[in-house]
Design a protein around this ligand. Structure first.
Ligand SMILES: [Zn+2]
Ligand SMILES: [Zn+2]
Length: 123
């Protein structure tokens, strides 16, 4: 099935969040805004705008392939990081509570706090 994608809708602007074409970036188009161009078939591509400059990502680069992974970890200047990747803030809080109980047993306390970590996965 051959089909040439055509831009039907332009969604944006979204905040610039990095190159949309890691293999052939257009740095002059960076630092402005990010748009999602969609074809009637449902495919989309990411386009960065800055002034008159544009950087086009490849068609088919869906939000899924630009997946964001988020996890929560805990860290404190005294206790350091727990080194876990917790799936939710609640689980990270539970980890601190466990650490806190362990510290209390030794007469101290845990200074860890929850930190949200987000990675953009560029394929
Ligand atoms: Zn199409
Ligand atoms: Zn933890």
């Amino acid at each position: 099935m051959t089909h040439t994608h055509k831009v039907k809708t332009e969604d944006g602007p979204y905040p610039f969040r990095g190159t949309v074409n890691p293999h052939n970036p257009t740095p002059v188009a960076h630092g402005g805004s990010n748009w999602t161009y969609r074809c009637a078939c449902g495919a989309s591509k990411q386009v960065n705008h800055n002034g008159g400059e544009k950087e086009h990502g490849p068609w088919g680069l869906t939000p899924a392939s630009f997946a964001r992974t988020t996890h929560y970890t805990t860290t404190g200047s005294v206790r350091g990081s727990c080194g876990h990747k917790h799936r939710s803030r609640e689980l990270a809080r539970a980890c601190i509570a466990r650490d806190h109980r362990g510290c209390e047993a030794q007469g101290g306390y845990s200074d860890r706090r929850v930190v949200k970590v987000t990675h953009f996965l560029e394929k």
